[in-house]
Design a protein around this ligand. Structure first.
Ligand SMILES: [Zn+2]
Length: 58
C-alpha cells in the first residue's frame, strides 16, 4: 500500500507518503482514498478532521 514510486521499502524515512497535508485545515489526519486519481500525478485523499475529500498533487 505505501510503496508509491518507491522500489525499496526499507527506505521509509519520508512520512509524507502517508501524511498528506490537508489543503483546508493543514492537518495531516488524512488517508489516501485511491491509488490513482483522475490523472497520474494526482491522488484522492480524505481528511478526517474536515471530513472532506481532496486531491493532492504528487
Ligand atoms: Zn482538513
Amino acid at each position: 500500500m505505501r510503496r508509491f514510486n518507491n522500489p525499496d521499502p526499507s527506505v521509509d524515512t519520508d512520512r509524507s507518503t502517508d501524511d498528506v497535508r490537508c489543503p483546508y485545515c493543514e492537518g495531516t489526519n488524512t488517508s489516501r482514498e485511491h491509488p490513482k486519481g483522475p490523472s497520474l500525478c494526482r491522488s484522492m485523499h480524505f481528511c478526517y478532521d474536515c471530513k472532506e475529500p481532496f486531491e493532492a498533487l504528487r
